[in-house]
Design a protein around this ligand. Sequence first.
Ligand SMILES: Nc1nc(=O)c2c([nH]1)NC[C@@H]1CN(c3ccc(C(=O)N[C@@H](CCC(=O)O)C(=O)O)cc3)CN21
Ligand SMILES: CC(C)C(=O)C(=O)O
Ligand SMILES: [Mg+2]
Length: 362
Amino acid sequence: MYRTTMRRLRDGGKYLSNAIRKRENRSYSNLPCDTVYGGPKPQDPVKRVTLRHLASKYTKKKPITMLTAYDYPSAVHVDQAGIDICLVGDSVGMVVHGHDTTLPVTMDDMLLHCRAVARGARRSLLVGDLPFGSYEQSPSQAVANATRLLKEGGMDAVKLEGGYGSRVTAAKAIVEAGIAVMGHVGLTPQAISALGGFRPQGQTSSGAKMVLEHALALQESGCFAIVLECLPSPVSAAITSALKIPTIGIGAGSKCSGQVLVYHDILGMMQHPHYVKVTPKFCKQYAQVGNIVNEALVSYREEVTNGTFPSRAHSPYQMDAAELDSFIGELEGSGLSLAAEAASTASKGSSENNETVVQVKR
Ligand SMILES: Nc1nc(=O)c2c([nH]1)NC[C@@H]1CN(c3ccc(C(=O)N[C@@H](CCC(=O)O)C(=O)O)cc3)CN21
Ligand SMILES: CC(C)C(=O)C(=O)O
Ligand SMILES: [Mg+2]
């Protein structure tokens, strides 16, 4: 132990960089499913998307793909689909926690979701939203919380909203601390109190000019990309043209350098009337997972109610005949004759029923 520690110390950075290399070379082969999405194949070594990858896509005018994920399974899916950037958005507060706005989301909420996503996504670049109240007070507050998202949340970069002076100063301070920052202008949901609703932005000449100025200021502060939310297409086209860094649009038309949407929205999981008021109309649904979930849950309820579930196929655990006989004997010997009869009947039921038994290995 002492020797190993000494060797690591003498090695200096070498031990660490070998450990990192090992981690990066982990392969997908231990993941359970193949991919049919055109993303990385299970046998491919895992290479994290980097800012250089994004810059290269941007230069080649290849659209950058981004999607939210809030937990381990959604992160695995985003990763397997070959999406470039996985955003742990503060929209988690609305989509997963049922709030009407993103305002109640805390750093602790974000860190919990970030850690789950970081366990699931090994290839996508991980960006975590700085939540409302975690970066507005001072550049040092912004740096402290951005640092937590990387250190405790496992993120690769952070995102913050707004392009007014203090936000630009915060973005600059975070970049100077060595943390990659994504900006976010147009509809900034954390400003709902000032904006008066989830309204499209930049619909007047002066409004559009202000959004452009905010985007330019964020670029100047060192942001590596900027989200443009709910803007008319000509405005996001102009901003994209004026900037030297990628723009990622949401409800901002097709002229951005990339697109982002919310996981549950594209899957059609927010179609229950309960969600209608928070599901934006710019979102395309690529599936109707909500309906599939509803049908599955109703089937389960019905099958448990009418006794068809669990059948033998889903009752996989066996007992040797000798052990069973001995158990039934024990029950009878203890005066539990009804219990003994129940055990005996159940064993006959299972041998009469000739459905295939699914062997669950543990
Ligand atoms: N599920 C979900 N998807 C999102 O894209 C998303 C969230 N939640 N939560 C955080 C923000 C909020 N977003 C939203 C929410 C609603 C509208 C929307 O319905 N806008 C209406 C105007 C509503 C009004 O005028 O009050 C529109 O017509 O675009 C737009 C963006 C985008 N983000
Ligand atoms: C919609 C995206 C850009 C976002 O900020 C979020 O999901 O929180
Ligand atoms: Mg957000």
